[in-house]
Design a protein. Structure first.
Length: 166
């Protein structure tokens, strides 16, 4: 793997770490279906994101029928899109270790509630757009120059935007 791709992956994982919530998009037989999900865990080594859900939900059925999923995250200056595979897990030890007090809203019986499942999303492709901090200043400068010259904006790959295999 190239150093440039390693840098893209590192940048991507750093951006992901700044998010608590993501849109999980599944593919049902008719159309994509998205819903906001709290991120229970982000493993920077594997790239895996973990979400909690109830066994009796449409998204579980959709994932069982088609494991290809998309995860999207957005702030005012940072955007992430991940494509990968999602599996439904009943790893009770992991459920207990990740269980958070806030989950009691959905799982009032606690981590032993029988219908809790984990959605383990493993990305294979990632893409980001980052115009935060000094990158945002550089982006604004490039945009201003392009406007003054009457040219289209051509952001530099890797500075504001990058795609990478994970």
């Amino acid at each position: 793997m190239s150093e440039q791709n390693d840098n893209k992956k590192d940048n991507l994982h750093e951006l992901i770490a700044g998010f608590d919530t993501a849109m999980l998009v599944t593919l049902d037989p008719v159309a994509p279906a998205g819903r906001p999900m709290a991120i229970a865990e982000h493993n920077e080594e594997s790239g895996m994101l973990v979400f909690s859900t109830s066994l009796d939900t449409e998204k579980v059925d959709e994932i069982k029928n088609n494991s290809t999923t998309v995860v999207v995250m957005q702030s005012a200056t940072t955007f992430v899109s991940l494509t990968g595979e999602c599996v439904v897990s009943n790893d009770r030890e992991k459920i207990r270790s990740l269980f958070d007090k806030s989950w009691e809203l959905w799982y009032p019986e606690g981590p032993e509630q029988s219908d809790i499942r984990l959605l383990e999303f493993t990305p294979v492709l990632g893409e980001y757009w980052d115009i935060s901090g000094t990158k945002g200043i550089r982006f604004a400068w490039q945009a201003g120059k392009a406007l003054l010259k009457g040219e289209g904006l051509k952001p530099k790959e890797g500075l504001h935007h990058a795609e990478t295999a994970l």
